[in-house]
Write a protein that binds this ligand. Sequence first.
Ligand code: HSE
Length: 428
Amino acid sequence: MDIGIGLFGLGTVGSGVVKILQENADQITKRTGSRLSVKHAVVHNLNKERTGFIQNFPITDNATDILNNPDIQIVVEVMGTLDQAYDIIKRALNAKKHVVTANKDLIASRGQELVTIAETNGVDLFFEAAVAGGIPILRTLSTSFTADEISRVAGIINGTSNFILTQMTTNNLAYANALKLAQDMGFAESDPTNDVEGFDAAYKLIILSNFAFGVQPVLGDLAITGIANVTDADIADANAFGYAIKLLGVAQRVGDTKEAISIEVSPQLVPFSHPLATVHNENNAVLVNGESVGEVMLYGPGAGEMPTANSVLSDLTNVATDLALNTPGHPFNSFNQDLDLAKPSQRIARRFIVVEVDDTPGAMYSVTGMFAAAKISFTDLKQTPAANGTARMVALTHPASDAQLNVIKTTIRNADGINLAAEYKLFS
Ligand code: HSE
């Protein structure tokens, strides 16, 4: 069977898709029984030079050239915009074309609506490339964990922030220089705010939560902290205690009977001995804890042209198989259930706390008194030499809840001469 593809976007990922389709055409046909080829591409900028593949298809800037083309069965959307991509995907689905997209923002925010439109029209809507670039995590969750009860999905799911933290840690690069390098290497978003403020990871974690727990959170349901406030001193102190600082996305069942779900993106301390601490630079890793399987970790490139394109190809070949078997129209993820959102008292973890105090007699005594009042107990304590009349106290604690931490934050805010400089969870 010949299957025609229409491509919206010929940037980094789009070019990679064309390259794989052209270079691996025979293997794809051997595996799927179908011949997949690009019939048309629609781009914003017709004047941009495009290299690395044979341009044996027309490139125009008019969406209807693809949407009205009867030779095109699958639309690939890799433009990266939100409203325009929504409009194109919706029109494509209503035109009974299968859709493959890498658009995490769109799927995280309007995915349910698009999934319903796809189902109504009996077509596929796949988006493996939307989460963790080249790591095949969504299809793994939807096919290989069907019978297991997942208790936690956690991972490093933003390559840019992981690259920045790695460069700050291992090469002593300043934050801004590390970010510039990530942008030059092509894996930061065009506006890196979403990468460094945690929103890119949050969109991916929303999609992971759909697949792992069957829940449909919105951005406001997540606790989101990025890496912009992680300091060299925090990294050095965490390292001294035996931990790396990583931006993690963590969705987990919590509560006495695991009745609730906590969904959070934040920089956390990961023990050097943990596999997640060995994930460096733009690489991603997703850890899945299942009641039956135990712990599984998928590791790989979280961004970049060819890895992300490979995930798009995985979707394309799955559509090809559905067409060959006449089975399209089933949702990528059909798991649905209601879980309560975790309360602050249910978000419990050990903590790494940094407090700055006036270097005066009794200051440390009053700090420890505040933590005692909040029933937070220290396991390790370190005070670095005072600078400019201020001492930096770094502590690791026994497990404490966000509710307890909120008490401490309020107490410190109302106290003189004490500042809560940083607070991180410890991941285990
Ligand atoms: N900007 C993303 C990242 C890659 O840094 O992980 C695409 O999801």
